[in-house]
Design a protein around this ligand. Structure first.
Ligand SMILES: [Zn+2]
Ligand SMILES: [Zn+2]
Length: 304
């Protein structure tokens, strides 16, 4: 199966610790890399994970808190030193262009490549990226400042041709594309051969949802329903429920509640508060609600 892999570069929250890097992930979809958030140290972590800089062309930023975007100037500068020529596309709240342009004009004069900003309206669910094989939609979240998550989805693939049936009915090659896309075949004698006798269905498209940072927000459930993997922030344990509300974050139990109600296949918790020496308590509280639950970890790679 073609690659659809989530690589965690950092899964801590805003306050630095020696245990975690700030938020950043790389999705490897068929050897094209997509970065989600770019906290400090993301470029070092990318090197460590042996992910090729040259394959990264699109970066998606959930919101403009430092722990999700302070890594950008360094990364952009490094790409310049490596003589990158390919355009780099950054999808983020419109303010990022203003903020980053000042820094790039000062620190990264004469970049050998173009940085292109695409403004996202985080309050809306919208298609923000599309290529031949995937789509990316924004997931409106609720945080102290405008914030959205991202839903990465493969496009449905054509059915597989059953070679022996094609030979049996002596179907000409020029008909095959239509058949792959679901058409029946009519023989020269006028007999209709239904598509399901000529093809087998392709695997169902894979989907990954990234939801960080946000207060508990049930109205995202229809959009992320049934995803193969949900990354949801779980900054706090139950004992900090009121703190979670005040700061517009989620507890591990609430993240699991979202996963259970959305009937996702797997949940990954992340964006851990610096107060936890280890996150066993978060895993324990979430697992009481939703069993297929794991903790994110730096340099962890999950194949969907
Ligand atoms: Zn954060
Ligand atoms: Zn934040």
């Amino acid at each position: 199966m073609e690659k659809f892999e989530v690589n965690i570069l950092g899964c801590g929250s805003a306050l630095p610790t020696t245990r975690h890097f700030a938020s950043s992930q790389i999705l490897n979809i068929r050897e094209k890399l997509f970065m989600i958030d770019c906290g400090e140290g993301a470029q070092m972590q990318m090197r460590k994970s042996k992910l090729k800089f040259s394959r990264l062309n699109h970066i998606f930023i959930s919101h403009l808190h430092g722990d999700h975007c302070f890594g950008l100037p360094g990364l952009i500068s490094t790409f310049g030193m490596l003589n990158r020529t390919a355009e780099l596309h950054i999808h983020a709240h419109a303010d990022l262009e203003t903020l980053l342009t000042t820094q790039l004009n000062y620190f990264c004069k004469n970049l050998p490549y173009k940085v292109i900003f695409h403004a996202i309206d985080p309050s809306k669910e919208a298609l923000i990226y599309e290529d031949r094989s995937i789509t990316v939609h924004s997931i409106p979240l609720r945080h102290r400042i405008p914030c959205c998550g991202f839903l990465f989805a493969e496009k449905p693939r054509p059915n597989h041709i059953l070679r022996e049936m094609i030979d049996f009915y002596q179907i000409p090659i020029y008909e095959l594309n239509k058949i792959k896309n679901g058409a029946d075949y009519t023989t020269p004698q006028g007999e209709i051969i239904p598509n399901n006798r000529l093809t087998s269905p392709s695997l169902s498209p894979r989907r990954y949802a990234y939801c960080s940072d946000t207060i508990y927000k049930e109205d995202i459930i229809p959009q992320i329903h049934g995803v193969d993997l949900l990354f949801h922030e779980a900054t706090f344990a139950d004992s900090e429920l009121s703190r979670a509300k005040e700061t517009f974050h989620t507890t591990a139990r609430q993240a699991a509640e979202i996963a259970r109600k959305a009937e996702v296949k797997q949940l990954m918790l992340g964006h851990f508060s610096a107060r936890y020496e280890d996150e066993t308590i978060l895993l324990k509280e979430a697992s009481e609600i939703f069993l297929k639950c794991t903790l994110a970890k730096e340099n962890l790679s999950i194949n969907i």
